[in-house]
Every structure is written in structure tokens, then in C-alpha cells.
Design a protein around this ligand. Structure first.
Ligand SMILES: O=C(O)CCC(=O)C(=O)O
Ligand SMILES: [Fe+2]
Length: 339
């Protein structure tokens, strides 16, 4: 299977090949730019001033409950490291196809997997995207090429884990739980962390295809870094909104397992990635969750007569396996475990 990068480079494509065409309905193509995604100031969330901290926790609760997405500023991950990570990702995709194919895993849960589209075994139309997925925690699995790649990834994923650790603490506060409740209940210290590097080459007719179709993310939280090209759109109150993050910020979204754990109080929100004519868009997501063998279900704190258990408990690894083996088709994989 040709990668999109190869397709674009080999044949100076002037149109979108028919197997990449996925047409959107008119409602699906409408974009609403009026509403702003909430911003969370990480330095206030971790402040020693109780007033600042409690205000930031409140804002975080609002962002998770009403949006499922927020921009994170003043997070302490240096611009140098973020730039290094983006450049290293570009260098990985710049390897020859032969070198990259060494990492073309066969199974969806392989520790390292390079590929194209979403899952070519099930995709009805192909997506304008190449990807590299690595299970980076509790064991670091990263391609040994290009030189220096694994060291940069290691530094980046450690930093992102620190940020997510603090966010989960704040989220517990916003839910009225002990601040280490999620860490302990889901053994987050030994939890699964996945790195998903998305590579979307320029496309001659972006409206005819998709980078990544609408989906929700597995796990508790996803942290997203991107290069200068925007392309993420999120669904809010039934409308698609472009997510154009502030300079130097991360986009963060709540994942399916936070929705399951909170019995639906915090929602995992549909989002998708579109492509553009101007240049290659790179986005790097790190997904943070429980260890893969943990069974995650709604926590008793969120279940009562008015809020009966809304999801079946499922092993995190089985959930990912299920999500990655099926077509992404506008619905959240959560629908499959809703009671
Ligand atoms: O490229 C993007 O902005 C979105 C990527 C994404 O949603 C994912 O990797 O799960
Ligand atoms: Fe996603």
C-alpha cells in the first residue's frame, strides 16, 4: 500500500485518486467559527496560591464538562523541545519507504506501527494521512531510526506525562474527588501512553478527502502538538468548530475512559482532521490511560438512582483493539459499550 507521502511525491498528483474520496454532507461541511475553545493556564493550575489554583480547577471542570477540549498555555514544555519533536517526526517520515516499512506492524496493538489511512483493512475510503503509532509507556517502543529520534521522543513523552499527571490531579479536584483518586484507581503511574504521529501531505482538493474522520480518542486525556498548519475540527453542540490553537499551546481533549469513569459527566468529544493545499501538516498526539490490562467502568462515586451505570466495564486493551480494528464512522466507539 502506497503511503500518501509517496503518492504525492511520486506522481505530482493534481487530483484526488477516487479511492481517497470521502464526501461530506452539506451539514458536515459547515463550519462555525464563532465560539472559542476554553483556555486553561497550567501555571495557575499548579500555583501555590490557593485562590488561583481553585479558579483554574473550576475552569478546567467547565472545559471538560461543556467542551471536552481546551487549549493549555504556560505548560512548561519548552518551545525548543516541541520544535525538536516536530523536526524529529518529519525526519522519521523522510526515511525511505523501505526503512519505514520495517515498522509496519501487522496487528493493531503492535508496539510500533507505521502505516497509512486509519486501518486499510477496514477503511471504505482511504484517508490522506500517514502515521506512526508507538506504545511508549510503561515500556518505550520507538523506531531506532532516524538517529536521535528515540532520545527526543523519550524526552518529549516524559514531559507530556508530567503535564497530564497534573491535569488529572486538577480534574479530580474539579470532580470533588481526592486529588490522586484517578492516579490510584487506574494506576496511572504504570499506565499506557501512546504516541500517534500524524503526517498529512498537501492535497490538491482537500474538500474531497479527509485526514482523519470523526472519532473520539480512547484513554483519559490526549495532548496534541501540531506544526504551523491547522486542520483539527471539533464537534460542539452538534456543530463543527475549527480548532486553531494559540501559539505555543497544546490542545487537550478528554478521552473515552474519562467519560466511562465519570459515568458520562465529562464527555469525550468527536473531532476530525482536514487537510490543506499549502503544506504538510504534522500533528503529534500522546494518549494517556490506565495500564492495558485494567478493567475500566464507571466509578461508584458517579452512580446513583438518577444516574444509573451508563457503560459496561471493559479492559482498556480490548477497547483499543476494538476501536482500531473497526472503521471510524462518525460515531464514538463508546456507543458500543453504552448500556
Ligand atoms: O491531526 C489532528 O489534529 C488530530 C489527530 C487525532 O485526532 C488523533 O491522532 O487521534
Ligand atoms: Fe483523535
Amino acid at each position: 500500500m502506497l503511503s500518501v507521502k509517496e503518492l504525492v511525491e511520486s506522481n505530482s498528483v493534481r487530483s484526488v485518486p477516487s479511492n481517497y474520496i470521502s464526501l461530506k454532507s452539506p451539514e458536515d461541511s459547515m463550519l462555525y467559527e464563532t465560539e472559542n475553545i476554553p483556555t486553561i493556564d497550567f501555571s495557575q493550575l499548579t500555583s501555590s496560591n490557593p485562590f488561583d489554583r481553585s479558579k483554574a480547577i473550576q475552569q478546567l471542570g467547565y472545559a471538560c464538562r461543556d467542551w471536552g477540549f481546551f487549549m493549555l498555555i504556560n505548560h512548561g514544555v519548552s518551545e525548543t523541545l516541541r520544535e525538536k519533536m516536530l523536526r524529529a517526526t518529519q525526519s522519521f517520515f523522510d526515511l525511505s519507504e523501505e526503512e519505514k516499512k520495517e515498522y509496519a506492524g501487522e496487528k493493531v496493538l503492535d508496539p510500533i506501527r507505521y502505516g497509512t489511512s486509519f486501518n486499510v483493512m477496514v477503511d471504505k475510503a482511504l484517508f490522506w494521512r500517514d502515521f506512526l503509532k508507538c506504545h511508549v509507556h510503561p515500556h518505550l517502543n520507538v523506531p531506532s531510526k532516524p538517529t536521535g529520534f528515540s532520545e527526543i521522543v523519550d524526552e518529549y513523552i516524559r514531559k507530556s506525562r508530567e503535564v497530564v499527571g497534573e491535569l488529572l490531579t486538577g480534574i479530580c479536584g474539579s470532580l470533588g474527588l481526592e486529588e490522586n483518586y484517578i492516579h490510584e484507581k487506574l494506576n496511572v503511574e504504570l499506565g499506557a501512553q501512546m504516541l500517534i504521529a500524524n503526517f498529512y501531505p498537501p492535497c490538491p482538493k482537500p474538500e474531497l478527502t479527509m485526514g482523519l474522520p470523526a472519532h473520539t480518542d480512547h484513554g483519559l486525556l490526549t495532548l496534541l502538538l501540531q506544526n504551523q498548519f491547522c486542520g483539527l475540527q471539533i464537534q460542539h453542540k452538534g456543530k463543527w468548530i475549527p480548532a486553531n490553537p494559540l501559539p505555543n499551546s497544546f490542545l487537550v481533549n478528554t478521552g473515552d475512559h474519562l467519560e466511562i469513569l465519570t459515568n458520562g459527566k465529562y464527555k469525550s468529544v468527536l473531532h476530525r482532521a482536514v487537510v490543506n493545499t499549502k503544506g504538510t501538516r504534522i500533528s503529534i498526539a500522546t494518549a494517556h490511560g490506565a495500564p492495558l490490562d485494567t478493567i475500566v467502568g464507571p466509578a461508584p462515586e458517579f452512580i446513583d438512582c438518577d444516574n444509573p451505570e451508563a457503560y459496561r466495564a471493559i479492559k482498556y486493551g480490548d477497547y483499543i483493539q476494538f476501536q482500531q480494528s473497526h472503521e471510524l464512522h462518525r460515531r464514538s466507539c463508546l456507543d458500543r459499550i453504552r448500556i
